[in-house]
Design a binder for this molecule. Sequence first.
Ligand SMILES: Cc1cc2nc3c(=O)[nH]c(=O)nc-3n(C[C@H](O)[C@H](O)[C@H](O)COP(=O)(O)OP(=O)(O)OC[C@H]3O[C@@H](n4cnc5c(N)ncnc54)[C@H](O)[C@@H]3O)c2cc1C
Length: 371
Amino acid sequence: MTIIQAAQSLSQRVAILGSGISGSSAARRLAENGLKVTVFEGGFGAGGRTSTRFTRDEHQYQFDHGAQYIGSPKTKDFEKALLQWKSDGFVKDWSDGNFFTAKADLEVRMDEKKDRFVGYPKMSSICENLLKHENINLVTQTQARASLDGEGKWKLIHGKTKEDVGTFDWLIASDRNSANGRRKDLSSADVKDFATSVRKIKPVKSLTAMVVFDKPLDIGMDGVLFEGENYGSLGWIARDSSKPGRERDDGRECWVIQTNPDAAKALLEGKESLDEIREIAKTVLVDDLLKVLPSLKPGLEIPEIQESMGHRWGAAFPINTNTEYAEMDSQIFESKKFVACGDYFGKYSGRIEGAYLSGISAADQLINATT
Ligand SMILES: Cc1cc2nc3c(=O)[nH]c(=O)nc-3n(C[C@H](O)[C@H](O)[C@H](O)COP(=O)(O)OP(=O)(O)OC[C@H]3O[C@@H](n4cnc5c(N)ncnc54)[C@H](O)[C@@H]3O)c2cc1C
């Protein structure tokens, strides 16, 4: 790269829609290459589906209510990143927990040991740390809308207040839902080909309940995967307080319960009101857990529930029937200075690893295009 090319590349201002793993990884890669990046996040904090939910009371109960853990890396690139995150101290090992599978025939079997890593001291620590860089500006609670002006620059406004939030040379969209017909994030962005094609990816929905027991739940299990129809709506439960950094000194325990995909689909059928959906998530999942617990450990004394909450994931995982996305890690539209990334790309879609690889690929494509 010549000195002039390097200077041209560094003078590019980049906006990223979304602070999940893909957006945060892209931001970090660009920042480490000297580019100035602004990351817009519609939610209260960084993380997207790896965010952590806290109660706003004096107890500060915490739950990884989305992604549960990072499994064994499938690629050398992600393995290297994970090693770095561990050495930087914001990812730790959860592999020594006791994990079980409740089989369709009601047999409950202990799983073989396998790698499970989690953000430390919370899942959202991963994105929060990736975004800690002098070249990155994180703007939360800002669902941004983007449009291209006559000079080919990206103009961004705040979706609610319509306030101008900046002008940028490049735009990275890290969430395919930005192109959803019901949202206006990209409706004036003139990226119709992308929007049409990305709408073909169907989402798997999921419901989560977060539960606090007043004493430890004495089942000797930190995570259970449920298979088949014998366990009602249950897909997975985890003793969140057993993850590193989540230990509590008040003797209480936080658990996360997640639906299996068929149950989530059936429970959400015809439901629109978010309050109603959250209530269903909470009551159905907690009831099913209480019914199933005695089969996991006969004679178990179930502690009192102090608190419970429900959450809906409208697009928990992508179902990618479009092979085009499976064959690339990100997509660049160079004439528009627009790059798309997210966990719907690549071989490892629907996972943290896939989202990471996509974010890195988006950043690399942008850097290559500017030099
Ligand atoms: C219940 C559940 C369990 C899971 N379990 C696991 C697991 O155990 N292991 C695993 O590897 N993966 C798991 N996953 C999948 C994993 O969480 C995702 O693959 C990954 O986190 C996706 O990252 P992403 O950056 O592609 O998208 P997201 O995390 O969805 O990030 C996109 C972000 O963009 C923001 N955004 C969108 N548009 C705008 C805009 N216009 N302006 C500002 N912000 C915007 C959104 O608010 C969101 O924060 C799970 C997911 C769910 C929901």
